[in-house]
Design a protein around this ligand. Structure first.
Ligand code: SIN
Length: 520
């Protein structure tokens, strides 16, 4: 199948890119492994999107980004986001899509504050901002005549000229991405989708950890594909942990409790109801995320507890809780927890990959015709630790820019012949086998490659993942290729990449904390 631009993934970054290419008259094929367009991290985002506070200036946002990352962010990317991002929110989300961000009774924006922000500047729609943005994007995309949407299409591998083109001349030239081999899950066939440009926007990898804020689709697919294609990956050791996921003895029931809850007055307390964060940082519960997440983890280890608590009910009026956080309130009622009357048990959980496929600020990677955008990409914006509520802004800003570079720099492309997909499509291995192996990944990542890391533990985890990788080779031989099989392989590959980067880097900074070594 021939496409012009192939976009893999339909979260905010992929959707914004697709929409703005189509608005400029370019044909786009948008594939997602989800069965609907709502299976994205964007749809899960609660807090909101960074905009501008009443007394705000871009330089202040830039400084907050740099400060949250302990100075490790790329100055160029951080400055770009701070100066251009809020303008795009106004132009594309407020004016073009008409996202109904909350306002105060006087008509001014109702802005949230979150950790490490020097002021209130986060636009939101209650506590389901991401869902509203995703729905608005989906609506435009579904009706756009130049966008062909394919749900249930799982990208297995990138088509790389030097590996997959049939003509020999491609082997002697710098590598190019010529599209992707995509599995049509319903028809159970693999289609080579050949494209002039391929944009990877597949999100993160947080399902490789026991506790994770994202949906089950976060299996590191784009990262693993890029690694197999020999794209440059950087900062893979910097996995951000969100301090507050609802604690459940079944980790798969855990879900995000927005940082905005602390921004509105919620306080982290121990099992006696005593605030403990000021022992760790002068900003207390609103310290940068890496600090809060690690403090909770340490507190749990020192006190041998399973969780700490987020006390909102003694600090914020019940009516305000229900009005501002209806999503969290209702979700927790399903677990018989009334947050207007009792504290929320919380633990930290894997949330966001700050590293990823190295790109410039236009989404270009080291492989020609391959672009990456959103969480899967690394422009250096987040450095070693991301500032809260910058991820939607990142998806918007860089999604827009990748579209812009592609419509501006359109070249002639003659579609090459590529090797057909040879491997048989099969049924997934039995669920107990798949789940058992995934659990091995999650458990070992949580224990050895999580919030607090040591050389010995990391080296041990690496051996386990290398062994698991061997086991999957045999499984794939036996059962053939399937989305479930490849997701497992992608999880193992992602776990290895994070662990090996963490092993290589003995210097603690931001989200990467090596208890046995130096600090930056
Ligand atoms: C949150 O609402 O706490 C998540 C926002 C983010 O990760 O940026």
């Amino acid at each position: 199948m021939y496409c012009d631009v192939l976009v893999i993934g339909n979260g905010i970054a992929g959707s914004v890119a697709a929409l703005h290419l189509a608005e400029r008259g370019q044909r786009v094929t948008l594939v997602t492994k989800g069965d609907t367009l709502l299976e994205t991290n964007t749809a899960y985002a609660q807090g909101g999107i960074v905009f501008r506070g009443a007394d705000d200036i871009p330089q202040a946002l830039f400084e907050d980004i740099m400060c949250a990352s302990s100075g490790s962010s790329s100055v160029r990317s951080a400055r770009l986001l701070a100066y251009v991002g809020p303008l795009l929110v106004k132009r594309l989300f407020i004016d073009f899509l008409g996202i109904p961000f909350d306002r105060r009774p006087d008509g001014s924006w109702d802005l949230f504050r979150e950790g490490a922000h020097s002021r209130r500047r986060i636009l939101h729609v209650k506590d389901y901002t991401g869902r509203v943005i995703q729905q608005a994007l989906n609506q435009r995309i579904a009706h756009h005549p130049l966008i062909e949407v394919k749900t249930g299409f799982f990208a297995l591998d990138l088509i790389i000229s030097s590996f997959h083109a049939q003509e020999f001349r491609f082997r002697y030239a710098p590598r190019e991405c010529l599209g992707a081999y995509v599995l049509d899950k319903k028809k159970r066939e693999v289609i080579p989708m050949i494209a002039r440009a391929t944009i990877v926007a597949t999100g993160g990898l947080n399902q490789i950890y026991e506790y994770a804020s994202g949906g089950p689709w976060n299996t590191g697919d784009g990262i693993a594909m890029a690694s197999r294609a020999m794209a440059h990956l950087v900062n893979m050791e910097y996995v951000q942990f969100h301090p507050t996921l609802f604690y459940s003895s079944h980790p798969s029931n855990s879900f995000l409790v927005s940082e905005a809850v602390r921004g509105e007055g919620g306080e982290l307390v121990d099992s006696q109801g005593k605030p403990f964060m000021y022992r760790y940082h002068p900003l207390g519960s609103l310290a940068p995320r890496d600090v809060v997440a690690r403090a909770i983890f340490e507190h749990l280890e020192n006190t041998q507890s399973r969780c700490v608590y987020l006390d909102l009910y003694r600090r914020v009026a019940p009516e305000r809780i229900v009005t501002v956080f209806p999503g969290i309130y209702e979700e927790l009622l399903r677990y018989n927890l009334d947050i207007t009357k009792e504290p929320i048990p919380v633990v930290p959980g894997a949330h966001f990959l700050c590293g990823g496929i190295l790109t410039d600020t236009w989404g270009w990677t080291n492989i020609r015709r391959l672009y990456a955008v959103g969480e899967v990409a690394c422009t250096g914006l987040h450095g070693a630790n991301r500032l809260a509520s910058t991820s939607l802004l990142e998806g918007l800003t860089f999604g827009y820019r990748v579209a812009k570079t592609l419509w501006r720099e359109r070249d002639d492309f003659s579609y090459p012949l590529v090797l057909p997909w040879e491997e048989k499509v099969g049924n997934p291995p039995p669920p107990s086998v798949l789940e058992g192996l995934k659990e091995m990944v999650r458990m070992n990542m949580w224990k050895y490659s999580g919030l607090i890391r040591r050389h010995e533990g990391l080296a041990h985890a690496r051996e386990i993942f290398l062994q698991l990788k061997k086991e999957t080779v045999a499984l794939r031989e036996k059962y053939g290729v399937s989305a479930e099989m490849v997701e497992l392989e992608n999880m193992i590959e992602s776990a290895l990449l994070v662990t090996e980067s963490a092993l290589r880097n003995p210097v603690s900074c931001g989200t990467h904390f090596r208890a046995d070594s130096l600090s930056s």
